[in-house]
Design a protein around this ligand. Structure first.
Ligand SMILES: [Zn+2]
Length: 295
Protein backbone atom coordinates (compact mmCIF):
# COMPACT_ATOMS: atom_id res chain seq x y z
CA UNK A 1 0.00 0.00 0.00
CA UNK A 2 2.76 2.33 1.06
CA UNK A 3 4.44 1.62 -2.25
CA UNK A 4 1.32 2.66 -4.17
CA UNK A 5 0.95 5.89 -2.20
CA UNK A 6 4.54 6.73 -2.95
CA UNK A 7 4.06 5.84 -6.61
CA UNK A 8 0.91 7.96 -6.81
CA UNK A 9 2.58 10.96 -5.14
CA UNK A 10 5.52 10.54 -7.45
CA UNK A 11 3.32 10.52 -10.54
CA UNK A 12 1.36 13.55 -9.33
CA UNK A 13 4.58 15.49 -8.74
CA UNK A 14 5.87 14.44 -12.12
CA UNK A 15 2.68 15.70 -13.75
CA UNK A 16 2.91 19.01 -11.89
CA UNK A 17 6.48 19.37 -13.10
CA UNK A 18 5.30 18.76 -16.65
CA UNK A 19 2.63 21.43 -16.24
CA UNK A 20 5.10 23.91 -14.82
CA UNK A 21 7.46 23.40 -17.73
CA UNK A 22 4.77 22.98 -20.38
CA UNK A 23 5.84 24.90 -23.41
CA UNK A 24 3.41 27.65 -24.43
CA UNK A 25 1.39 26.86 -27.55
CA UNK A 26 3.94 26.23 -30.26
CA UNK A 27 2.94 29.06 -32.60
CA UNK A 28 6.25 28.92 -34.32
CA UNK A 29 7.41 25.51 -35.47
CA UNK A 30 10.83 26.89 -36.38
CA UNK A 31 12.19 30.19 -37.65
CA UNK A 32 11.72 29.12 -41.24
CA UNK A 33 8.49 27.14 -41.06
CA UNK A 34 5.24 28.27 -39.40
CA UNK A 35 2.87 25.88 -37.67
CA UNK A 36 1.15 23.75 -40.26
CA UNK A 37 0.69 20.50 -42.09
CA UNK A 38 3.71 19.56 -44.19
CA UNK A 39 4.03 16.34 -46.17
CA UNK A 40 5.17 13.58 -43.84
CA UNK A 41 3.49 15.04 -40.76
CA UNK A 42 1.21 12.72 -38.77
CA UNK A 43 -2.29 12.03 -40.07
CA UNK A 44 -5.13 10.11 -38.41
CA UNK A 45 -5.70 6.64 -39.94
CA UNK A 46 -8.01 6.06 -42.91
CA UNK A 47 -8.71 9.73 -43.41
CA UNK A 48 -8.82 11.68 -46.66
CA UNK A 49 -8.59 15.44 -46.73
CA UNK A 50 -9.85 16.76 -50.06
CA UNK A 51 -8.44 20.19 -50.85
CA UNK A 52 -9.23 22.30 -53.93
CA UNK A 53 -7.02 25.21 -54.97
CA UNK A 54 -7.31 28.28 -57.20
CA UNK A 55 -11.13 28.62 -57.28
CA UNK A 56 -13.82 29.68 -57.20
CA UNK A 57 -14.39 29.01 -60.87
CA UNK A 58 -16.88 27.56 -63.33
CA UNK A 59 -16.72 24.07 -61.86
CA UNK A 60 -16.85 24.93 -58.16
CA UNK A 61 -20.62 24.90 -57.97
CA UNK A 62 -20.97 21.33 -59.21
CA UNK A 63 -18.04 20.20 -57.06
CA UNK A 64 -19.75 21.61 -53.96
CA UNK A 65 -22.99 19.86 -54.95
CA UNK A 66 -21.25 16.48 -55.38
CA UNK A 67 -19.57 16.88 -51.98
CA UNK A 68 -22.92 17.71 -50.42
CA UNK A 69 -24.65 14.70 -52.01
CA UNK A 70 -21.89 12.46 -50.71
CA UNK A 71 -21.96 13.99 -47.23
CA UNK A 72 -18.31 14.97 -47.58
CA UNK A 73 -16.76 18.27 -46.52
CA UNK A 74 -13.66 19.68 -48.18
CA UNK A 75 -11.25 22.61 -47.93
CA UNK A 76 -10.99 25.28 -50.64
CA UNK A 77 -7.90 27.49 -50.94
CA UNK A 78 -9.00 30.47 -52.96
CA UNK A 79 -7.74 33.26 -55.17
CA UNK A 80 -9.96 36.19 -56.09
CA UNK A 81 -8.30 37.72 -59.14
CA UNK A 82 -10.06 37.76 -62.48
CA UNK A 83 -9.01 34.51 -64.11
CA UNK A 84 -9.97 35.88 -67.50
CA UNK A 85 -7.33 38.56 -67.06
CA UNK A 86 -3.90 37.18 -67.94
CA UNK A 87 -2.12 39.98 -66.09
CA UNK A 88 -3.64 39.06 -62.72
CA UNK A 89 -3.96 42.77 -62.07
CA UNK A 90 -6.21 44.18 -59.37
CA UNK A 91 -9.00 45.64 -61.49
CA UNK A 92 -10.64 47.32 -58.49
CA UNK A 93 -13.74 45.21 -59.06
CA UNK A 94 -14.60 42.37 -56.75
CA UNK A 95 -15.02 39.42 -59.08
CA UNK A 96 -15.95 37.09 -56.23
CA UNK A 97 -19.52 38.42 -56.50
CA UNK A 98 -19.82 36.27 -59.61
CA UNK A 99 -19.57 33.22 -57.32
CA UNK A 100 -21.57 34.55 -54.39
CA UNK A 101 -24.14 31.75 -54.43
CA UNK A 102 -21.65 28.93 -54.39
CA UNK A 103 -19.51 30.64 -51.75
CA UNK A 104 -22.52 30.96 -49.46
CA UNK A 105 -23.48 27.36 -50.11
CA UNK A 106 -19.96 26.22 -49.21
CA UNK A 107 -20.08 27.96 -45.85
CA UNK A 108 -23.57 26.58 -45.17
CA UNK A 109 -22.45 23.02 -46.01
CA UNK A 110 -19.49 23.23 -43.62
CA UNK A 111 -16.77 23.35 -46.25
CA UNK A 112 -13.72 25.26 -45.11
CA UNK A 113 -12.22 28.24 -46.95
CA UNK A 114 -8.52 29.05 -46.83
CA UNK A 115 -6.40 31.87 -48.26
CA UNK A 116 -4.36 31.16 -51.40
CA UNK A 117 -3.52 34.88 -52.02
CA UNK A 118 -5.33 37.37 -54.22
CA UNK A 119 -3.56 36.55 -57.49
CA UNK A 120 -1.59 33.35 -56.94
CA UNK A 121 1.79 34.90 -56.29
CA UNK A 122 4.99 33.18 -55.19
CA UNK A 123 5.39 34.58 -51.68
CA UNK A 124 9.15 34.02 -51.73
CA UNK A 125 9.48 36.74 -54.35
CA UNK A 126 7.31 39.36 -52.64
CA UNK A 127 8.16 42.05 -50.12
CA UNK A 128 6.45 41.80 -46.70
CA UNK A 129 4.12 44.60 -47.80
CA UNK A 130 3.15 42.74 -50.96
CA UNK A 131 2.56 39.55 -48.97
CA UNK A 132 0.17 41.40 -46.65
CA UNK A 133 -1.60 42.92 -49.66
CA UNK A 134 -2.01 39.52 -51.34
CA UNK A 135 -3.41 37.80 -48.25
CA UNK A 136 -5.65 40.61 -47.00
CA UNK A 137 -7.16 41.53 -50.38
CA UNK A 138 -8.48 37.98 -50.77
CA UNK A 139 -9.99 38.22 -47.26
CA UNK A 140 -11.50 41.63 -47.93
CA UNK A 141 -13.12 40.59 -51.21
CA UNK A 142 -14.47 37.40 -49.73
CA UNK A 143 -15.89 39.28 -46.73
CA UNK A 144 -17.71 41.70 -49.04
CA UNK A 145 -19.35 38.77 -50.80
CA UNK A 146 -20.14 36.64 -47.74
CA UNK A 147 -21.22 39.42 -45.38
CA UNK A 148 -22.35 38.00 -42.04
CA UNK A 149 -21.44 34.48 -43.20
CA UNK A 150 -17.75 35.33 -43.55
CA UNK A 151 -15.64 32.87 -41.58
CA UNK A 152 -12.31 33.82 -40.02
CA UNK A 153 -9.68 32.43 -42.36
CA UNK A 154 -7.21 30.51 -40.22
CA UNK A 155 -5.66 28.43 -42.96
CA UNK A 156 -3.51 29.35 -45.92
CA UNK A 157 -1.81 27.43 -48.67
CA UNK A 158 1.08 29.20 -50.37
CA UNK A 159 0.86 29.16 -54.19
CA UNK A 160 3.31 26.61 -55.69
CA UNK A 161 3.96 25.42 -52.11
CA UNK A 162 6.64 28.12 -52.07
CA UNK A 163 8.85 28.80 -50.16
CA UNK A 164 8.58 25.37 -48.53
CA UNK A 165 8.65 23.25 -51.61
CA UNK A 166 11.31 23.17 -54.25
CA UNK A 167 15.01 23.82 -54.21
CA UNK A 168 14.84 27.34 -55.62
CA UNK A 169 13.96 29.04 -52.32
CA UNK A 170 16.56 30.38 -49.93
CA UNK A 171 16.51 30.14 -46.10
CA UNK A 172 16.14 33.95 -46.03
CA UNK A 173 12.96 33.74 -48.14
CA UNK A 174 11.54 31.07 -45.84
CA UNK A 175 12.31 33.17 -42.78
CA UNK A 176 10.71 36.25 -44.35
CA UNK A 177 7.45 34.45 -45.16
CA UNK A 178 7.42 32.64 -41.80
CA UNK A 179 7.68 35.95 -39.97
CA UNK A 180 4.74 37.34 -41.96
CA UNK A 181 2.45 34.37 -41.35
CA UNK A 182 3.29 33.59 -37.73
CA UNK A 183 0.31 34.03 -35.44
CA UNK A 184 -2.04 34.70 -38.37
CA UNK A 185 -2.27 31.55 -40.46
CA UNK A 186 -1.68 27.82 -40.18
CA UNK A 187 0.11 26.68 -43.33
CA UNK A 188 -1.51 23.73 -45.09
CA UNK A 189 0.61 21.92 -47.67
CA UNK A 190 -0.43 18.59 -49.18
CA UNK A 191 0.89 15.05 -49.01
CA UNK A 192 3.59 14.72 -51.65
CA UNK A 193 2.51 12.36 -54.41
CA UNK A 194 -1.16 12.90 -53.53
CA UNK A 195 -1.37 15.76 -55.99
CA UNK A 196 -4.00 14.61 -58.50
CA UNK A 197 -1.93 16.42 -61.17
CA UNK A 198 -5.16 17.88 -62.52
CA UNK A 199 -3.42 21.19 -63.21
CA UNK A 200 -1.33 19.55 -65.93
CA UNK A 201 -2.78 20.52 -69.28
CA UNK A 202 -3.28 16.99 -70.62
CA UNK A 203 -6.44 17.86 -72.47
CA UNK A 204 -5.93 20.93 -74.62
CA UNK A 205 -8.57 23.57 -74.17
CA UNK A 206 -9.81 22.66 -70.72
CA UNK A 207 -7.32 24.64 -68.62
CA UNK A 208 -8.96 27.77 -67.20
CA UNK A 209 -11.39 27.98 -70.11
CA UNK A 210 -14.51 29.84 -69.15
CA UNK A 211 -16.24 29.09 -72.43
CA UNK A 212 -17.89 25.76 -71.72
CA UNK A 213 -17.82 24.75 -75.38
CA UNK A 214 -14.08 24.46 -75.27
CA UNK A 215 -13.73 21.59 -72.83
CA UNK A 216 -14.96 18.12 -73.45
CA UNK A 217 -16.28 16.13 -70.50
CA UNK A 218 -16.78 13.17 -72.82
CA UNK A 219 -15.62 12.06 -76.18
CA UNK A 220 -12.15 13.56 -76.20
CA UNK A 221 -9.44 10.91 -75.71
CA UNK A 222 -7.15 13.47 -74.07
CA UNK A 223 -9.80 14.40 -71.56
CA UNK A 224 -10.60 10.79 -70.70
CA UNK A 225 -6.92 10.00 -70.33
CA UNK A 226 -6.53 12.90 -67.95
CA UNK A 227 -9.47 11.74 -65.85
CA UNK A 228 -8.01 8.23 -65.63
CA UNK A 229 -4.58 9.54 -64.71
CA UNK A 230 -5.96 11.72 -61.91
CA UNK A 231 -8.05 8.91 -60.52
CA UNK A 232 -5.18 6.43 -60.60
CA UNK A 233 -2.75 8.77 -58.90
CA UNK A 234 -5.04 9.02 -55.88
CA UNK A 235 -6.49 5.52 -55.80
CA UNK A 236 -3.10 3.80 -55.98
CA UNK A 237 -1.98 5.79 -52.95
CA UNK A 238 -5.13 5.54 -50.81
CA UNK A 239 -4.63 1.87 -49.96
CA UNK A 240 -4.03 -0.11 -46.74
CA UNK A 241 -5.49 2.73 -44.69
CA UNK A 242 -2.80 5.23 -45.72
CA UNK A 243 -4.13 8.75 -45.19
CA UNK A 244 -3.44 11.82 -47.26
CA UNK A 245 -4.11 15.47 -47.93
CA UNK A 246 -5.18 15.44 -51.58
CA UNK A 247 -4.45 18.42 -53.80
CA UNK A 248 -6.95 19.12 -56.59
CA UNK A 249 -8.06 22.26 -58.42
CA UNK A 250 -11.66 23.37 -58.89
CA UNK A 251 -10.45 25.27 -61.95
CA UNK A 252 -10.32 21.97 -63.86
CA UNK A 253 -13.42 20.13 -65.06
CA UNK A 254 -11.71 16.73 -64.77
CA UNK A 255 -11.70 17.18 -60.99
CA UNK A 256 -15.45 17.62 -61.09
CA UNK A 257 -15.87 14.64 -63.38
CA UNK A 258 -13.87 12.12 -61.30
CA UNK A 259 -15.03 13.33 -57.88
CA UNK A 260 -18.11 11.20 -57.31
CA UNK A 261 -16.50 7.93 -58.36
CA UNK A 262 -13.35 8.74 -56.40
CA UNK A 263 -15.26 9.49 -53.18
CA UNK A 264 -17.37 6.35 -53.53
CA UNK A 265 -14.33 4.14 -54.16
CA UNK A 266 -12.54 5.59 -51.14
CA UNK A 267 -15.63 5.11 -48.97
CA UNK A 268 -15.81 1.46 -50.06
CA UNK A 269 -12.20 1.08 -48.86
CA UNK A 270 -13.26 2.28 -45.40
CA UNK A 271 -12.00 5.84 -45.64
CA UNK A 272 -13.71 8.83 -44.15
CA UNK A 273 -13.33 12.49 -45.10
CA UNK A 274 -12.53 15.59 -43.07
CA UNK A 275 -11.57 19.26 -43.51
CA UNK A 276 -8.23 20.82 -42.68
CA UNK A 277 -9.98 22.62 -39.78
CA UNK A 278 -10.78 19.16 -38.40
CA UNK A 279 -7.15 18.21 -38.93
CA UNK A 280 -5.84 21.19 -36.94
CA UNK A 281 -8.20 20.41 -34.06
CA UNK A 282 -7.16 16.74 -34.16
CA UNK A 283 -3.49 17.64 -34.07
CA UNK A 284 -3.30 20.69 -31.82
CA UNK A 285 -6.53 20.56 -29.81
CA UNK A 286 -10.05 21.99 -30.20
CA UNK A 287 -8.97 25.49 -29.17
CA UNK A 288 -6.07 25.75 -31.62
CA UNK A 289 -7.55 28.67 -33.57
CA UNK A 290 -7.72 30.89 -30.49
CA UNK A 291 -4.00 31.42 -30.92
CA UNK A 292 -4.40 33.00 -34.33
CA UNK A 293 -5.70 36.42 -35.37
CA UNK A 294 -6.46 37.74 -38.85
CA UNK A 295 -3.67 39.59 -40.64
ZN1 LIG B 1 -2.65 27.31 -56.63
Amino acid sequence: MKYFVRLFTGLALFNLTLLAYAHPFPLLQSTDRPLGYYSGDPLPPKTIYLTFDDGPWEFTNEIVDILHEEGVRATFFMNSFDKDNPFHADTGKNLMFRFQRVLKKMVKDGDVIGDHTYSHQDLARLTPRQITFQLTLLQKQLAEVLGKDMPVLHLMRPPYGSPWLGHWNTPAQRQKVTKMLEGHYIVIMWTLGWDSADSINWAPGEWFESDSKRYHPSGSPGYKKKMEMEMNRILTRAVDGHSGVILMHDTHPTSRDILKKMIETLKSRGYHFATMDDYCKWRWGPRVFQHFSPL
